[in-house]
Design a protein around this ligand. Sequence first.
Ligand code: SF4
Ligand code: SF4
Length: 165
Amino acid sequence: MTANVKEIEIPKKPLPLIGEIQTMYHVGKFIFKKPVTVQYPEEKGDIPERFRYRIFLSPESCIGCTLCQQICPNHSIKMEVWDLSSQNTGAHAIKTARGVRENAQNKRHLYPDVNFGTCTVCRNCEEICPTNAIYLTHEFETARTRNSFTYSPQELTMQEKDVIK
Ligand code: SF4
Ligand code: SF4
């Protein structure tokens, strides 16, 4: 009785010189190309059009309806009391999904804050907001040294460079 043993083909090793030429060819292909990396933060790469991160708030458009808080899947939004009446932003005309609304007010002075430590940038808050008061932007440089990742309603209105880190 003979054993049915298959012969195993051992791949032939290329000649050492051919391997070196192949390596030099592959290195040479990239040597004159522009690097794909950038020297961040001095240089900044192109941001894709659909990229989104830092949330902003237009308090003059917010009517305190709390829908953004309710839709947020991981409780990153809480409503805070912020009395803006002294800044005369209480009554005005704002554009809503159902047309322009005159003398819209935030009677309870409730505005959203956002915890960027848990926000997953899902954009639910922006989509549900009836007045486009809360929206995501291309801003992404939110690194900070303080303990809290929560932006108060007031901080959500500020440019990133003005927020206390
Ligand atoms: S930001 Fe929009 S959804 Fe949130 S409370 Fe204000 S109006 Fe309502
Ligand atoms: S984008 Fe962030 S804050 Fe807005 S609903 Fe999604 S997780 Fe919540």
